[in-house]
Ligand binder design. Structure first.
Ligand code: SF4
Ligand code: SF4
Length: 453
């Protein structure tokens, strides 16, 4: 009888030492690193109208985005924005595969920064491998400590910047200098720092392979015309160190791969489309004076049918891509129009449930309300309150109210009408709030006026 076979469901991680590579795509990745990190680290320090330009102030439930102030009622805009981002990701994936993963994903960007630090402190690939194989020594300890200190500093600055989007960053900086963060600030700064340090320093390709949800479903957005990083097996095989134009089996493409795969084995789910192997192979082809492109961006169909660049471009505009683009364009236009037409004033009318309509001294009928008014602009405004819907209806309380920038206030409102002008029971009326300095800033809300039977 055969002995039972043991299938291991877990494979221990093998350390990957990606070799540094220079080339067109490596430069493009560094451009992405600089742009995304300048934006991420720099944005919280920008000022606008005397306050932080981008601030998600959860305590007062206001989101500041340059000149735009979003309130909880405006979360629909943020939801639509997220939907648009997801759609854009679908579109980009359908056209250019995992280009997001390879160039702009935070995991890639921070891994690139952490790898750069590692190279500066521990040296190039061969030096790092040798260092890791060395027995413990003072030199090894000092190099490793320096690397982890530098990683920790970048991670802490990243955590600090992240929290700076939710708490005014200048105030946070002062608190940091005196170690006087509040408990939530401590938690989020340390949590985000720890996540950055762990993901970019230790886990690296593991995050892409096992944790990233996008990696799980991105294959559903691919088709045979999506761009992928491919090895031209027709040209490359059989491998031979003296091959002319084919693969010389130098293994450079494997050594530079951050996920440790061999692209010559075909498309694999671990491939994040970073194109480091393209840069590596192109530099090898340059050295052996052969044409570039043994590994290149191409499509599954182009490889199978031998299509050229022009056919690949033509097939990029296929129905799936056109539909994604059309939908995304329509939603983006609607989003911009909705933001443009948004009235920077909000009003909720709350009837005073304690008192129904009542007759007051001069024989008039009075109803009492509470107006919850929000001035969503960053300028003060004086508003006039009007009411209509019943003959002789007028405002018996203050008809004007002044609100400071971004102020919310509850304002009592008393409406009166003469006896006999409205039917008994409930009458529908309209309450209008209009800025005195700009009649375009106005809101109208329906309400009920009750006349006692
Ligand atoms: S870098 Fe190019 S030539 Fe070298 S092993 Fe990879 S595919 Fe072959
Ligand atoms: S196979 Fe090439 S493109 Fe894919 S992850 Fe490795 S180096 Fe990047």
């Amino acid at each position: 009888m055969n002995a039972p076979q043991v299938i291991k469901m877990y494979a221990a991680r093998e350390e990957i030492y990606p070799r540094e590579i220079k080339g067109r795509y490596a430069s493009l990745r560094w451009v992405c690193v600089w742009l995304t990190q300048l934006a991420f680290y720099g944005l919280p320090w920008l000022s606008w109208n005397g306050r932080q330009a981008v601030l998600f102030d959860l305590a007062s439930r206001k989101f500041y985005l340059f000149g735009l102030v979003l309130w909880p009622q405006d979360f629909i805009y943020l939801a639509v924005l997220l939907v648009m981002c997801a759609w854009l990701l679908f579109l980009v994936t359908a056209v250019a595969g995992r280009v997001w993963c390879g160039f702009a994903c935070p995991q890639t960007v921070y891994t690139e920064i952490f790898l750069w630090i590692e190279r500066k402190i521990e040296g190039r690939r061969s030096a790092r491998i040798a260092l890791d194989r060395q027995p413990p020594s003072l030199k090894k300890f000092s190099r490793k400590s320096a690397k982890h200190l530098a990683w920790g500093a970048v991670a802490l600055w990243t955590g600090f910047s992240f929290v700076g989007y939710f708490t005014p960053i200048r105030m946070l900086g002062t608190e940091a200098l005196t170690f006087s963060f509040g408990p939530w600030e401590w938690f989020w700064v340390l949590f985000y720092s720890f996540a950055t340090y762990g993901n970019a320093g230790w886990m690296r390709e593991q995050v892409c392979k096992y944790m990233c949800p996008y990696a799980r479903f991105q294959s559903a957005m691919f088709d045979r015309d999506s761009l992928i990083v491919t090895y031209d097996a027709k040209r490359g095989e059989p491998r031979n160190p003296r091959s002319e134009g084919g693969c010389i089996d130098c293994s450079m493409c494997v050594q530079v791969c951050p996920t440790g795969i061999d692209i010559r084995k075909g498309l694999q789910y671990e491939c994040i489309g970073c194109a480091a192997c393209i840069d590596a192979c192109n530099s090898v082809m340059d050295k052996v004076a052969q044409p570039r492109g043994l590994i290149r961006y191409s499509t599954d169909r182009a490889m199978a049918e031998g299509l050229g660049a022009r056919d690949i471009q033509r097939r990029a505009l296929r129905p799936r891509v056109l539909i994604y683009t059309g939908l995304l364009g329509a939603v983006a236009l609607a989003f911009i129009a909705a933001l443009w037409l948004r009235t920077p004033l909000k009003m909720d009318v709350i009837r005073d449930r304690g008192s129904m309509g009542r007759e007051v001294e001069d024989g008039k009928i009075e109803n009492v309300y509470r107006l919850q008014i929000m001035n969503t602009t960053e300028a003060p405004h004086t508003y006039r309150i009007r009411a209509s819907g019943i003959p002789s209806l007028n405002v018996a309380s203050d008809a004007e109210v002044t609100l400071a920038p971004t102020e919310t206030r509850a304002v009592p409102l008393r409406l009166r009408t003469e006896h006999g002008k409205a039917q008994k029971g409930s009458n529908t009326i309209e309450i209008t709030l209009e800025a005195l300095d700009d009649s375009a800033i106005a809101v109208h809300e329906k309400a009920v006026f009750i006349v006692p039977r």
